[in-house]
Design a protein around this ligand. Structure first.
Ligand code: GRF
Length: 220
C-alpha cells in the first residue's frame, strides 16, 4: 500500500508532530511523514524529526513570500501530497495557501470558529465557556478559518488556568490530528463549501453536560 506523503510545518515544541510520527510508525497507518520544515532553527520539534530519521530543514526568511517559495520547493522535491501545520506560528503567504488548497490542514486548540488567533485557551477561560477543545481544519487564507474536519470537546474544570486547560486540550490534539490525517489519507473527506462530509463516519450520539448532568439534576 502506498502511503500518503505528508510534510509537517512547525515552529516549536512539536508534540503534535510527535503524535503524527508515532501514528505513522504503525505500517498500517495510511500516511508517512517525509519532510519537516521549521521556520525556527531552535524548534524542539526538529530534534523529534532527527530522532525519527525524518528529513527536515529550517527555512528562515523575514519575507513571507521567500519562505513560501523555499518551502514549496522542498515539499515538491519530497513528493509531499498533504501539508500539516503543527504549531506553525507564522502567517503563510496567500499564494502558498491557494497552491495547497484542500491539501493543507491545521490544528487549533479551540472549538473553531470560537477563539481564533493567539492564546485560544486563555480566550476560552476569559469568555467563561464550559467547554473548549480542538479543531483540525482545511486552511483558507484568513487565519484559523476553513472547512472543519474533526473536533474534540474538552470540558473546562473549576480552577482551570491557561496551563491546565492547555494540557488537557493538547492531550486531545494528539489523538485528533492523527485521526484527521488518516481520514484524509483514506480519501474519506469530501469538501462541500464550508462543510466536510466524511464517508463511513458517524457522530457520537451523546450530549455532554458541564456541570455534569447528575449534579444538575440532584440540585433540582
Ligand atoms: C498546539 O496547541 C496546536 O494546536 C497549536 O500550537 C500548539 C503546538 O504545540 N497550533 P506543539 O508544537 O505541537 O507541541
Amino acid at each position: 500500500m502506498a502511503r500518503l506523503k505528508v510534510g509537517v510545518l512547525i515552529s516549536g515544541r512539536g508534540s503534535n508532530l510527535q503524535a503524527l510520527i508515532e501514528a505513522a510508525a504503525d505500517p498500517g497507518y495510511p500516511a508517512e511523514i517525509v519532510l519537516v520544515i521549521s521556520n525556527r532553527p531552535d524548534a524542539a520539534g526538529l530534534v523529534r524529526a532527527t530522532n525519527a530519521g525524518i528529513a527536515h530543514r529550517t527555512i528562515v526568511h523575514a519575507d513571507r513570500r521567500l519562505f513560501a517559495a523555499e518551502a514549496q520547493a522542498g515539499l515538491q522535491h519530497s513528493g509531499v501530497e498533504l501539508v500539516a501545520l503543527a504549531g506553525f506560528m507564522r502567517i503563510l503567504d496567500t499564494g502558498f495557501v491557494e497552491a495547497w488548497r484542500d491539501r493543507l490542514v491545521n490544528i487549533h486548540p479551540s472549538l473553531l470558529p470560537a477563539f481564533p488567533g493567539l492564546h485560544p485557551q486563555r480566550q476560552a477561560l476569559a469568555a467563561g465557556v464550559r467547554f473548549s477543545g480542538c479543531t483540525v481544519h482545511f486552511v483558507r487564507p484568513e487565519i484559523d478559518t476553513g472547512p472543519i474536519i474533526a473536533q474534540a470537546v474538552v470540558p473546562v474544570e473549576a480552577g482551570d488556568d491557561d496551563a491546565r486547560l492547555s494540557e488537557r486540550i493538547l492531550a486531545a490534539e494528539h489523538t485528533l490530528y492523527p485521526m484527521a490525517v488518516r481520514l484524509f489519507a483514506e480519501g474519506r473527506l469530501r469538501i462541500d463549501g464550508n462543510m466536510v462530509a466524511i464517508s463511513g463516519a458517524s457522530a457520537p450520539r451523546i450530549a455532554v453536560f458541564n456541570p455534569s448532568q447528575t449534579l444538575a439534576s440532584a440540585s433540582r
